[in-house]
Ligand binder design. Structure first.
Ligand code: HEC
Length: 118
Protein backbone atom coordinates (compact mmCIF):
# COMPACT_ATOMS: atom_id res chain seq x y z
CA UNK A 1 0.00 0.00 0.00
CA UNK A 2 2.75 2.42 0.94
CA UNK A 3 4.52 1.48 -2.26
CA UNK A 4 1.50 2.32 -4.38
CA UNK A 5 1.29 5.70 -2.72
CA UNK A 6 4.92 6.42 -3.46
CA UNK A 7 4.52 5.51 -7.11
CA UNK A 8 1.45 7.71 -7.38
CA UNK A 9 3.27 10.63 -5.78
CA UNK A 10 6.18 10.23 -8.12
CA UNK A 11 3.86 10.12 -11.10
CA UNK A 12 2.16 13.31 -9.96
CA UNK A 13 5.51 15.00 -9.52
CA UNK A 14 6.68 13.97 -12.96
CA UNK A 15 3.49 15.25 -14.53
CA UNK A 16 3.89 18.49 -12.62
CA UNK A 17 7.45 18.87 -13.79
CA UNK A 18 6.53 18.23 -17.39
CA UNK A 19 3.79 20.81 -17.14
CA UNK A 20 6.14 23.36 -15.64
CA UNK A 21 8.54 22.76 -18.49
CA UNK A 22 5.91 23.22 -21.15
CA UNK A 23 4.59 26.31 -19.38
CA UNK A 24 8.09 27.79 -19.24
CA UNK A 25 8.63 27.12 -22.93
CA UNK A 26 5.33 28.76 -23.78
CA UNK A 27 6.24 31.77 -21.68
CA UNK A 28 9.63 32.03 -23.34
CA UNK A 29 8.02 31.95 -26.75
CA UNK A 30 5.63 34.67 -25.67
CA UNK A 31 8.29 36.97 -24.29
CA UNK A 32 10.67 36.46 -27.22
CA UNK A 33 11.53 39.88 -28.62
CA UNK A 34 9.50 40.79 -31.68
CA UNK A 35 11.77 43.62 -32.71
CA UNK A 36 15.12 42.85 -34.33
CA UNK A 37 18.00 42.86 -31.87
CA UNK A 38 20.17 45.96 -31.69
CA UNK A 39 23.29 45.69 -33.81
CA UNK A 40 26.03 43.89 -31.96
CA UNK A 41 29.68 44.78 -31.81
CA UNK A 42 30.39 42.23 -34.53
CA UNK A 43 28.18 44.05 -37.03
CA UNK A 44 29.37 47.52 -36.05
CA UNK A 45 31.66 49.34 -38.42
CA UNK A 46 34.92 50.30 -36.71
CA UNK A 47 34.65 53.65 -34.97
CA UNK A 48 36.48 56.35 -36.95
CA UNK A 49 39.91 57.27 -35.57
CA UNK A 50 40.52 60.55 -33.79
CA UNK A 51 41.51 62.01 -30.43
CA UNK A 52 38.00 61.25 -29.17
CA UNK A 53 38.47 57.56 -29.92
CA UNK A 54 41.79 57.50 -28.09
CA UNK A 55 40.23 59.02 -24.98
CA UNK A 56 37.24 56.70 -25.12
CA UNK A 57 39.46 53.64 -25.48
CA UNK A 58 41.50 54.80 -22.50
CA UNK A 59 38.87 56.20 -20.19
CA UNK A 60 35.58 54.58 -21.07
CA UNK A 61 36.58 50.93 -21.12
CA UNK A 62 37.11 50.44 -17.39
CA UNK A 63 33.51 49.78 -16.40
CA UNK A 64 32.05 48.43 -19.64
CA UNK A 65 33.20 47.65 -23.15
CA UNK A 66 33.54 50.48 -25.63
CA UNK A 67 31.15 48.50 -27.82
CA UNK A 68 28.42 49.51 -25.40
CA UNK A 69 29.31 53.11 -26.23
CA UNK A 70 29.58 52.70 -30.00
CA UNK A 71 26.35 50.74 -30.26
CA UNK A 72 24.46 53.85 -29.16
CA UNK A 73 23.06 56.59 -31.37
CA UNK A 74 22.27 59.82 -29.56
CA UNK A 75 21.69 63.46 -30.19
CA UNK A 76 24.54 65.82 -29.22
CA UNK A 77 22.58 66.88 -26.13
CA UNK A 78 22.03 63.28 -25.08
CA UNK A 79 25.72 62.53 -25.55
CA UNK A 80 26.66 65.49 -23.42
CA UNK A 81 24.30 64.23 -20.72
CA UNK A 82 25.59 60.65 -21.02
CA UNK A 83 29.24 61.64 -20.80
CA UNK A 84 28.48 63.91 -17.84
CA UNK A 85 26.69 60.99 -16.18
CA UNK A 86 29.74 58.76 -16.71
CA UNK A 87 32.01 61.43 -15.23
CA UNK A 88 29.68 61.63 -12.23
CA UNK A 89 29.96 57.88 -11.95
CA UNK A 90 33.74 58.07 -11.90
CA UNK A 91 35.03 58.30 -15.47
CA UNK A 92 38.37 60.08 -15.22
CA UNK A 93 37.98 62.82 -17.84
CA UNK A 94 39.32 66.36 -17.71
CA UNK A 95 36.88 69.03 -18.92
CA UNK A 96 38.87 69.14 -22.18
CA UNK A 97 38.62 65.38 -22.57
CA UNK A 98 34.90 65.64 -21.96
CA UNK A 99 34.44 68.17 -24.74
CA UNK A 100 36.50 66.14 -27.18
CA UNK A 101 34.59 62.96 -26.38
CA UNK A 102 31.19 64.65 -26.59
CA UNK A 103 32.16 66.23 -29.92
CA UNK A 104 33.45 62.94 -31.28
CA UNK A 105 30.37 60.97 -30.24
CA UNK A 106 27.96 63.68 -31.39
CA UNK A 107 29.63 63.77 -34.79
CA UNK A 108 30.04 60.06 -35.42
CA UNK A 109 27.32 58.36 -33.40
CA UNK A 110 24.51 60.76 -33.81
CA UNK A 111 20.78 60.35 -33.78
CA UNK A 112 18.09 62.86 -34.53
CA UNK A 113 17.06 64.78 -31.42
CA UNK A 114 14.17 63.20 -29.59
CA UNK A 115 10.87 65.03 -29.78
CA UNK A 116 10.35 67.19 -26.70
CA UNK A 117 9.22 65.22 -23.67
CA UNK A 118 5.49 65.04 -23.23
C1 HEC B 1 33.07 54.47 -13.39
C2 HEC B 1 32.52 53.51 -14.30
C3 HEC B 1 32.19 54.00 -15.71
C4 HEC B 1 33.02 54.63 -16.60
C5 HEC B 1 34.48 55.00 -16.42
C6 HEC B 1 32.24 54.87 -17.77
N1 HEC B 1 30.97 54.37 -17.63
FE1 HEC B 1 29.52 54.31 -19.03
N2 HEC B 1 28.37 53.21 -17.79
C7 HEC B 1 28.68 52.87 -16.50
C8 HEC B 1 27.63 52.03 -15.96
C9 HEC B 1 27.59 51.44 -14.56
C10 HEC B 1 26.69 51.87 -17.00
C11 HEC B 1 25.45 51.00 -16.98
C12 HEC B 1 24.33 51.62 -16.27
C13 HEC B 1 23.38 52.27 -17.17
O1 HEC B 1 23.00 51.67 -18.19
O2 HEC B 1 22.96 53.40 -16.91
C14 HEC B 1 27.17 52.63 -18.12
C15 HEC B 1 26.52 52.73 -19.32
C16 HEC B 1 26.94 53.49 -20.40
C17 HEC B 1 26.21 53.71 -21.62
C18 HEC B 1 24.86 53.10 -21.92
C19 HEC B 1 23.86 53.97 -21.20
C20 HEC B 1 22.47 53.77 -21.64
O3 HEC B 1 21.67 54.68 -21.35
O4 HEC B 1 22.15 52.74 -22.26
C21 HEC B 1 26.93 54.54 -22.40
C22 HEC B 1 26.56 55.07 -23.78
C23 HEC B 1 28.13 54.85 -21.68
N3 HEC B 1 28.11 54.19 -20.47
C24 HEC B 1 29.12 55.68 -22.15
C25 HEC B 1 30.31 55.93 -21.48
C26 HEC B 1 31.36 56.80 -21.99
C27 HEC B 1 31.30 57.56 -23.30
C28 HEC B 1 32.36 56.75 -21.07
C29 HEC B 1 33.66 57.53 -21.11
C30 HEC B 1 33.52 58.96 -21.16
C31 HEC B 1 31.94 55.87 -19.99
N4 HEC B 1 30.69 55.40 -20.27
C32 HEC B 1 32.71 55.55 -18.90
C33 HEC B 1 29.81 53.21 -15.82
C34 HEC B 1 30.92 53.83 -16.37
Amino acid sequence: MVEMLTIRRTATMVTGLAFALVATRALEAQTAPTTPAAPTAATQPAPPPGPGLTIINEKCSGCHTTASVFSQRRSPDDWAATVQLMVDRGADLSPDDENVVIGYLAENFTAPAKPAAK
